[in-house]
Design a protein around this ligand. Structure first.
Ligand code: NAP
Length: 312
């Protein structure tokens, strides 16, 4: 197994990881970045990004992430398209492992982000890729001419629902309350779209499949009356938030009850000296591309100053 030594290892390749790479590379730290299972992170499974400053006409998510990567590569960033599966922060240099190499790093920046949450109902997993998805941009095309549902009431749910109206005959937006969490402008887009029907105060209780195991319906419960109804849809898109990708750090780094890494106030310092966290993995409040990029910059500056203080 190959061993790589580096001053700074960056785990994850969303806006925070690439920004940390750009800054640490420009500080001559020659960072090593591991792209992980989803290179580019969550923005690669979205369509148009309208709120990233500097793009008055909007920009496609994957295109934006390509630009981040190209900027990091322009300076001296070493990139591995691999997933870090083990981390040992008990002594320095810190040890990280992917399937094909071990990394010895003086400092580590964690930017592993968060992944889509599923409901986890009994029998649900059997419908993954057979009707249940968490990415309309990836899978919407397969539901051309069909009726589908989106679960959730946030910006993601509305964005996915609006996007799906391009392909689908009808989109049912299922939300557990009587008010959307999405921003006002997004709410209006859902309300104005004739193909979207909002089902208020409803939760998903179960699924129905055909004899090939493909989804043909979801069972809904009215949270007010307790009434049960079956909704015939061939697709269900989960848009119920995210779970931080912190499993491999359990027992080593402080986390809150939802698994988000805890950083010291006004910094990216974790409870282990020399290990920094940025982006969605430590942010349950803002979770925007631009705030992730901002905290990636903070992590780079924090790690650079910390390494300097160690005399490294
Ligand atoms: P979110 O804002 O956390 O919304 C999650 C939604 O799922 C909420 O409506 C929540 O209901 C619902 N939910 C959570 N658990 C559920 C469960 N077990 N069963 C049923 N419903 C459940 O997540 P998000 O929409 O993914 O957005 C994340 C962040 O990204 C936000 O800051 C958002 O503004 C941002 N974002 C922005 C854009 C944009 O600006 N274009 C697009 C996408 C995302 P409750 O409302 O009842 O809690």
């Amino acid at each position: 197994m190959d061993t790589v030594k580096t001053k700074v290892a960056i785990i994850g390749s969303g806006p925070s990881g690439w920004t940390a790479a750009i800054y640490t590379a420009r500080a001559n730290l020659r960072p090593v970045l591991f792209e992980g299972l989803q290179p580019g992170g969550q923005l690669t499974i979205t369509t148009e990004v309208e709120n990233y400053p500097g793009f008055p006409d909007g920009v496609q998510g994957p295109e934006l992430m390509q630009a981040f990567k190209a900027q990091a590569l322009r300076f001296d960033t070493v990139v591995f398209s691999e997933q870090i599966t083990e981390a040992d922060f008990s002594s320095r240099p810190f040890r990280l492992k992917s399937d094909s190499r071990e990394v010895l790093a003086d400092a580590v920046i964690i930017s592993t982000g968060a992944s889509a949450r599923y409901l986890g109902l009994p029998g649900e997993e059997a419908f993954y890729n057979k009707g249940i998805s968490a990415c309309a941009t990836c899978d919407g095309f397969f539901f051309r001419g069909k009726e589908v549902a989106v679960l959730g009431g946030g910006d993601s749910a509305v964005e996915e629902a609006v996007f799906l109206t391009r392909f689908c005959t009808k989109v049912h937006l299922i939300h557990r309350r009587d008010e959307l969490r999405a921003s006002k402008i997004m709410q209006q887009r859902a309300i104005d779209n004739e193909k979207i029907e909002i089902h208020w105060n409803r939760v998903v209780e179960g699924y129905e499949g055909d004899d090939q195991g493909r989804l043909i319906g979801v069972r809904l419960k009215d949270t007010k009356s307790g009434e049960i109804e079956d909704l015939a849809v061939e697709g269900l898109f989960m848009a119920i938030g995210h779970v931080p990708n912190t499993q491999i750090f359990k027992g080593q780094l402080d986390m809150d009850e939802a698994g988000y890494l805890i950083t010291k106030p006004d910094s990216t310092y974790t409870n282990v000296d020399g290990v920094f966290a940025c982006g969605d993995v430590q942010d349950r409040t803002y979770r925007q591309a631009v705030t992730a990029a901002g905290s990636g910059c903070m992590a780079a500056i924090d790690s650079e100053r910390w390494l300097e203080a160690q005399g490294d």
